[in-house]
Write a protein that binds this ligand. Structure first.
Ligand SMILES: Cc1cc2nc3c(=O)[nH]c(=O)nc-3n(C[C@H](O)[C@H](O)[C@H](O)COP(=O)(O)OP(=O)(O)OC[C@H]3O[C@@H](n4cnc5c(N)ncnc54)[C@H](O)[C@@H]3O)c2cc1C
Length: 217
């Protein structure tokens, strides 16, 4: 959306990496981070909950804006519960359309369209649709975008004969074998964003299959 390159806008991955791995939560850190006084997190997944709670612990008042309702939040119920307990404020049926700037190029507010849910479609999922003329502005000095990830396109674009899904995921069978002989894949690059345990499981299966393949040569 317009304004995503303003000062004070982060991707959730950058925000969390700087806090957790680069110790930006410490005073005098070499890579300080500003969670601001009022932070808005865009998205409703587990990573959005992580970012919200980190921003809260850095002292900001924190809002999560999500375009559907609580029932459709993709985050685990436990993560949502913990976020609420920590004082995160949820704004449901709210879809950001522009981040507005101060004169010197910092985030000032986030302009959002209010939504309603349509009747469920063939897939059984209700679609959020805009309520005509209904907008809301939320003041913020920090915005954290947490709207999902997709595989790095480099391998797909440089590996001839490697079949991938439309969204970029590598196609692999149960054992991790891809469309190329002797090439195996697993984890998020195959399933899309998932969990550590699933990635580890795929790694173990692929390792066994690779061993078998090499022994047969
Ligand atoms: C903020 C956040 C919080 C999360 N919290 C949880 C949680 O609480 N519990 C949980 O189970 N899961 C969590 N996840 C999900 C979990 O991190 C992933 O599902 C898991 O890391 C997937 O493992 P992977 O090995 O498939 O991919 P990754 O861990 O992403 O590893 C892929 C590796 O490949 C490297 N790579 C990419 N392209 C290339 C290339 N061309 N050449 C060489 N190397 C390359 C990358 O640098 C990376 O090191 C979280 C994810 C995020 C982003």
């Amino acid at each position: 959306i317009k304004g995503e390159n303003l000062n004070g806008v982060y991707s959730a991955n950058e925000f969390l990496t700087r806090i957790n791995l680069m110790k930006a939560y410490k005073e005098g850190s070499a890579t300080p981070i500003k969670a601001g006084t009022k932070a808005v997190i865009v998205g409703g997944g587990n990573v959005a909950m992580d970012a919200a709670r980190c921003a809260k612990r850095l002292g900001a008042e924190v809002y999560i804006v999500y375009r559907r309702t609580e029932a459709e939040l993709p985050a685990r119920a436990e993560e949502v519960e913990h976020a609420k307990e920590e004082g995160i404020i949820f704004k449901f049926l709210t879809n950001p359309i522009e981040i507005e700037a101060t004169e010197d190029g910092w985030v000032k507010s986030i302009h959002c369209q209010q939504m309603k849910l349509s009747e469920p479609d063939a897939s059984g999922r209700a679609k959020p649709v805009p309520i005509e003329g209904a907008f809301v502005d939320i003041d913020a000095d920090c915005v954290i975008m947490s709207i999902g990830t997709s595989p790095n396109p480099l391998i797909k674009s440089t590996t001839e004969g490697l079949d991938t899904q439309k969204w970029g995921g590598i196609i692999a069978d149960e054992d991790g074998l891809t469309s190329k002989e002797g090439v195996y894949a697993g984890g998020d690059a195959v399933t899309g964003a998932a969990t550590v345990i699933l990635a580890m499981g795929a790694g173990k299966k692929a390792a066994a299959a690779m061993d078998k393949y090499m022994q047969s040569k």
